[in-house]
Design a protein around this ligand. Structure first.
Ligand code: ZN
Length: 283
């Protein structure tokens, strides 16, 4: 082999090795690399604004304070994980709507048991829809999908309604996954509080439904499930899924300060979150 041919041969081998390494690196990264349209952004998770749970006027004042601080922090949007009010009626729902109208960014919210009843009925669902809008929906933001669910339809199934939401959920997961998007789930009831197979109680979802949902969320690489309801900070992980029950602005049972969580979603890798306490303690 003359020198020129040998140099060409060496060059080709180096190129081939580099190409192989690049392909390997790309395949190793495939679990966390999303669609090229995915961008970094921030959003806020609020839980259990529950106007009237501790003291109606105090809960309203704390909620307003949170809105002021969130406007200053200027995230892309806010999600509220249910129990928007303590007792659902025209006044509480109108006050809730009036307070969120001060947000300078979109605010998305889902119902909790206090908004549609521990055992929701077609009437309570219709009343919520009339006053506050859809109780499950999806939105996309910068290449990420947020699936906002009505967990009450899993806790206490309502004929036809629960099946309809389940069909919709599977469809939305499939669509988001097909687009290579990262997926967040926003709801009220946590799937579990301590362990994935713990028995059902007031604070979690029925075991059979929970197993079905965990399988589904894992299958579609959901990155995080955001919930409220427990009034305590609970951070769990199920496989690659972060499960976060955050602080409320009404009352916390674990002596955590009132506040909310700021989330940082990134183009690749796992999203993270920080607690932001309310600046002014309740009077
Ligand atoms: Zn609740």
């Amino acid at each position: 082999m003359d020198r020129k041919v040998f140099a060409l041969y060496t060059y080709m081998r180096v190129l081939l090795t580099a190409l192989t390494a690049a392909v390997l690196l790309m395949s190793c990264d495939s679990n966390t690399k999303y669609s090229d349209k995915t961008e970094s952004f921030t959003f806020v998770q609020m839980c259990d604004t529950q106007l009237g749970f501790s003291d109606y006027e105090k809960d309203k004042a704390s909620f307003r304070q949170a809105v002021r601080q969130i406007n200053e922090l200027n995230p892309d949007f806010v999600v509220i994980c249910g129990d928007l009010v303590h007792t659902a009626n025209d006044k509480s729902f109108s006050d809730f709507k009036e307070i969120i109208s001060s947000f300078q960014m979109p605010c998305y919210y889902v119902p909790g048991n206090h908004d549609i009843g521990n055992k929701p009925t077609p009437e309570s669902l219709q009343y919520y829809r009339k006053m506050l809008g859809e109780y499950y929906f999806v939105f996309e933001h910068k290449g990420t999908t947020f699936i906002c669910v009505n967990t009450q339809l899993w806790k206490e199934p309502v004929q036809d309604e629960s099946e309809k939401q389940d069909r919709w959920l599977k469809e939305r997961l499939k669509i988001a996954s097909g687009k290579g998007q990262q997926i967040f789930i926003v709801g009220h009831y946590p799937l579990f509080c301590r362990e994935a197979d713990e028995p059902e109680e007031y604070m979690n979802l029925p075991l059979e439904k929970r197993r079905e949902l965990l399988r589904l969320f894992d299958q579609y690489n959901v990155v995080a499930v955001l919930n409220g309801h427990t009034h305590t900070l609970i951070l769990n992980r199920y496989k690659n899924i972060q499960m976060v029950n955050a602080e409320t602005t009404s009352k916390n049972f674990d002596k955590r300060p009132l506040g909310f969580r700021m989330w940082y979603a990134t183009e690749e890798g796992l999203p993270r979150h920080d607690f932001v306490p309310l600046d002014r303690p309740d009077p």
